[in-house]
Ligand binder design. Structure first.
Ligand code: ATP
Length: 256
């Protein structure tokens, strides 16, 4: 099994706060892994340290066997890491297709981007093919030419996922994909994600407050509290542990 993430002893401090304290995590290809913890535990900071949005104060990060510690975000994207955002970061009057093509160039640090900005960039055949493939995978073909402002929040989330898939990530970081969705929209999103992930084989690291989604979607989970890993293992066991329940003040039930 190929290892897509090897993070060792990742540490991040902000002016006196240790937001991450020697966090170690390994993920293999095709795995679905949860990262949970109360507000302020360090989940977003960990994502940002993996993505290169933040530089770490200690530790190492390998993506698909490449040491990217200290590397800028675009090099990490090329190594195989992709992400979605908690708040949808889309341009309301651009179409779904525009988002997929342009986002791929931004992530890769592609030199053609300036041409896109002044309207001269034509998608390459390979980009068009990948775009069509991703639209198909996510069931978005009929919406390809629609401006984002006409989509529902759930469809917007799928476009977010589509943007990340354009670069064919080996590891996809999902930041609270259920945020703002109701239960049936969350279930539909999880089903699409599961189908796409199982056919494409990439791994997912899911940050999510919706315990039901984490329990049904992931097989393994890590739990952060005050920047430290306090538990890890099969998701159902982790959710049932007293330390995790205490960290969350015992306010959730795990469906059996
Ligand atoms: N840019 C920053 N400057 C200073 N402190 C920060 C910064 N970013 C995060 N922190 C602090 O680091 C800690 C971890 O925050 P982080 O946002 O990573 O937690 P989280 O688990 O993602 O929380 P949530 O579930 O609310 O999104 C918190 O104490 C937060 O206040």
């Amino acid at each position: 099994m190929n290892r897509v993430l090897k993070a060792q002893g990742v540490t991040k401090r902000f002016a006196g706060i240790t937001a991450l304290d020697e966090v170690t995590m390994e993920i293999d290809e095709g795995e679905r892994v949860g990262l949970i913890g109360p507000n302020g535990a360090g989940k977003t900071t960990f994502f940002n340290c993996l993505l290169g949005v933040l530089q770490t104060d200690g530790g190492t990060v390998e993506i698909a066997g490449r040491d990217v510690t200290g590397a800028p975000a675009y090099r990490r994207a090329k190594a195989g890491i992709g992400r979605t955002f908690q708040r949808i970061e889309l341009f309301p009057d651009c179409t779904v297709r525009d988002h997929l093509v342009i986002a791929e160039r931004i992530r890769r640090g592609d030199g053609r981007l300036w041409k896109d900005i002044i309207g001269l960039g034509r998608p390459r055949p390979a980009e068009v093919a990948r775009c069509d493939e991703v639209l198909e995978l996510l069931g978005l073909v009929e919406l390809a030419e629609e401006p984002i402002e006409r989509l529902s929040l759930g469809q917007g989330r799928l476009v977010e996922v589509g943007r990340a898939l354009m670069t064919e990530p080996k590891l996809l970081l999902l930041d609270e994909p259920s945020s703002g969705l109701d239960r049936s929209e969350t279930t539909a999103l999880a089903k699409t994600l599961e189908e796409v992930q199982s056919t494409q084989g990439f791994a997912i690291l899911l940050v999510e407050h919706d315990v039901e989604l984490v329990t049904s979607f992931t097989t393994r989970s890590y739990v952060l509290d005050f920047g430290r890993l306090i538990a890890q293992g099969p998701t159902r066991e982790v959710m049932a542990s007293s330390e995790v329940r205490d960290a969350y003040l015992g306010n959730f039930e795990v469906a059996q």
